[in-house]
Structures are given as C-alpha cells and as structure tokens.
Design a protein around this ligand. Sequence first.
Ligand code: NAD
Length: 251
Amino acid sequence: MGLEGKRALVTGSTSGIGLAIARALHAEGAQVVLNGFGDEAEIAALCEELDAVHSAANLLDLAEIEAMMAEAGPLDILVNNAGMQFVSPVEDFPPEKWEAIIGLNLTAPFHTTRLAVPAMKQKGWGRIINTASAHSLTASPFKSAYNASKHGIAGFTKTIALELAQTGVTANCISPGYVWTSLIEGQIPDTMKARGLTREQVINDVLLAKQPTKKFVQPEEIGALAVFLCRQEAGNVTGANWSIDGGWTAE
Ligand code: NAD
C-alpha cells in the first residue's frame, strides 16, 4: 500500500482499462472517484467493491465536467482515460463522430486537467496520467479522428509536464496496444466492413498482427503501470509516453 490518503479520479472507469486502473489504485489505498456510463446496479456494486463514489458526468458536456470536478474536490491523482473510437474511411467519416472523438479523447482531458492543477500545485504533489494509445505514436488507416486525438493527447501531456515540472506534479501517458475491451469489440464490425474481412481476420490479421507478442494486453497490466507512475519513486518520471503494446511500436 502506498497511496493512502490520495484522492483519485479515473474517467471512463465503469469498464475496461479505466476500471482496472481504479481497482489497482484502490488496492494501493487510494480513495477513488469513478466516472462513466453503464448499468446502475453494476455501478452501485462497483462503488461498494471499491468504496468509491461515482460521477455520471458526460465528458462531452463542459458543464457536467465542471460539476464533476467540483464534486470530486481537490484531487491528488487524475487519470484521463475515457475514450471512444470510430472506424471509417476519411471521406465517409461522419463529422459528428469526429467532433465526439476529439471532444472525449482530447478536449475533456484539457478541461479536467486545467480544473485539477491548481489544487495539485497548492499541495506540491500530483499525478496526471492520460490513457493515450499506440495510436499516439503511430497510425492505422480508417481511424483519422482517433489517431489525431491520441497524437494530440501525447503532445498535451508533454506540454503540461514541462509547465508543471517544478511543482511536484507529474504528467505522463500510458499507451496501450490492443486490449480486449468493449472499445475493441465495438470496432470489429466497422473494420470488417472497411476492409472487407471476417471477424477472425480482423482479430488475427489486423489487431494482433500489430503486436509481436500475438497477445492482447491485459487491463490489469495497465493498472500496475498506473500505480507505478503514482508512486513517490516515479517523481522524476514526467512527460513520458509509456508503451505497453506487446512490442508494436518497436517495429
Ligand atoms: P471501454 O469502452 O471499455 O471504456 C470506456 C469508458 O469510457 C467507459 O467507462 C465508458 O462508460 C466511458 N465513456 C464513454 N463515453 C463517455 C462520455 N461521453 N463521458 C464519460 N464517460 C464516457 O474502453 P477501453 O478500451 O477501456 O478504453 C479506455 C481508454 O483506453 C480509451 O481512452 C481508449 O482510447 C484507450 N485505449 C484502448 C485500447 C484498447 O485496445 N482497448 C488501446 C489503446 C488505448
């Protein structure tokens, strides 16, 4: 246990990677604020499991972000993790999907960060972790908005790391390769359509083809990395983009 007394907000933590990060932070003693959508009873069970509170804020709505940040109170740890994907050739890419992806993956972290930073600076301690992606370092076709948002969050993270370098507040990205979550499940049908492939071909020839290990990354592995970045020993780790991608971006 190393995060007792620390208050952490993890956006998009009702499923997938965010939930694994929330579980890992809770296991280290942090007090967790959950955020995200889902079944009410399941969210209530998660709150009980993690002794957490939940904000249902829609991060595409600035007023809801501001209300969530006010309710969460001064944070020690902010994990900007909520994200969405849409797969389509650029000429057919629905403009409203572009707006939503940039809004959730890039603009929402800007707002939560600007609202969290003053209290962190005042305490002289803080950890900002942004769930980016291997797609913050490299690209795949048909993911124009996602790749733009993830390259953007990587640049944003470096910028705030520099701004906060002498304040005790660090900012880093975690960049997973493919992790089996609802976000991946949801893009399979569109990828089948965009590339004219079967489901198995998408899994083996598109997704796992990228990862030299030929294995999906496990959400718990990302939770463990987030815990490391929150530790005292990681105080000099800032402005970094941590790949956890089975070797994808080494190629
Ligand atoms: P997921 O779909 O399991 O989780 C997404 C979370 O975001 C859920 O809690 C959902 O309720 C929440 N969310 C969605 N829209 C929201 C909104 N408007 N307001 C508030 N919350 C909202 O997906 P995941 O795979 O766990 O994705 C988490 C993050 O990891 C994303 O930023 C994603 O881009 C990134 N990522 C995922 C993978 C992967 O392979 N799964 C790889 C690299 C990066």
